[in-house]
Design a protein around this ligand. Sequence first.
Ligand SMILES: [Zn+2]
Length: 185
Amino acid sequence: MSTSASPSGPTPAEPHGDIAVGTVTDRLVEANKRYAADFTDPGMDARPVLRVAVVACMDARLDLHEALGLELGDCHTIRNAGGVVTDDVIRSLTISQRALGTRSVALIHHTTCGLESLTEEFRHDLEMEVGQRPAWAVESFRDVDQDVRQSIRRVQTSPFLLHTDDVRGFVFDVKTGLLREVAPA
Ligand SMILES: [Zn+2]
């Protein structure tokens, strides 16, 4: 995620071909109609072909399938702000492994993540604004390598996962498109 490069507030959709201007979601729905027009049922099983789950930041500059050479049906993708291994990510990984057969986990963080510019003060400020402190941690960080190492440890030490022998963590460079692996602690 990045908080620095995006304009604030809702962004109207740009005109696209012969599509009328509407909300961004209108544009998505129109795009889906074109997608479905050419779509044929690939007849796939729900179990990922490569038996891998990828946990990544939601950052708009990270096209996981393109960056990792993934095809439809290859993997589970689990994304949130920071690619943080939260309880809910563990929930998804547990289902991924125990119900849908994945065995490997790849963790993808990236350079210039929006979480580097936040602090846990974000929660305090929220509480001051809305009168309620969120139950979740912001999970901001200063050192992306350390954040990847922590994520690896959280996966490796989860009692719910069946497969923790192939857990690897990386930093994606948004300027070069290259992954750099982070050695576990
Ligand atoms: Zn990010």
